[in-house]
Design a protein around this ligand. Structure first.
Ligand code: AMP
Length: 187
């Protein structure tokens, strides 16, 4: 089963994605985590992506689609993947659909984690105190939210027109949201 998690920065995609991956026995694939690792290791991908990420902008579609193709070619991805924040533009949505179709697959479920803006800022502020992410400083967060509104919010409408999405009320405790997430994937 291939499941895509959509939602603004701070919506809890990473937390719920990890729980879901464990419950379903599928690998979780987060482009954000993969890019952060590449930056840490100083790989060519990391060197290209670093400044863009730190400023809060989106990495180019070409780079992201290359990363997605590599990830889906891995044996571990053969039975499906939890895609956490992997699709952030319409060209990426189209590209992923094409790669999956080439494997005889499609995005089986698209979950949209719905959180009001005020909660997002609060969550990111808390995350900033526990994790050290260069892009969680207030200026970069504002740019990330803007990138989300301009480039990623239209992706929700794209999926609505291509098979439909399932909304998850992502306000509440991790346990409560997890219950709703499981229900949304039919577990
Ligand atoms: P995240 O950990 O999901 O918040 O991602 C951190 C940063 O990585 C984002 O602000 C972008 O700069 C970059 N990034 C991650 N996934 C993507 C994607 N699918 N498209 C473009 N940029 C991405």
């Amino acid at each position: 089963m291939d499941i895509l998690l959509l939602g603004p920065p701070g919506a809890g995609k990473g937390t719920q994605g990890a729980l879901l991956a464990q419950a379903l026995g599928l690998p979780k694939f987060a482009t954000g985590d993969l890019l952060r690792d590449a930056v840490k290791q100083g790989t060519p991908l990391g060197l290209t992506a670093r400044a863009v990420m730190e400023a809060g902008h989106l990495v180019s579609d070409d780079i992201i689609l290359g990363v997605i193709r590599d990830e889906l070619a891995k044996p571990a991805a053969a039975n499906g993947v939890i895609f956490d924040g992997v699709v952030r533009t319409i060209p990426q949505a189209e590209g992923v659909a094409e790669v999956l179709a080439g494997m005889g697959r499609k995005m089986d479920k698209i979950l949209f984690f719905d959180v009001p803006d005020a909660d997002l800022l609060h969550r990111i502020t808390i995350r900033r105190q526990t994790e050290t992410r260069a892009d969680d400083d207030p200026a970069a967060v504002a740019i990330r939210l803007e990138a989300y509104r301009k480039q990623t919010a239209p992706v929700v409408a794209w999926y609505e027109a291509h098979g439909g999405i399932t909304r998850v009320d992502a306000v509440g405790t991790v346990d409560k949201i997890y219950e709703r997430t499981l229900t949304a994937v039919g577990q």
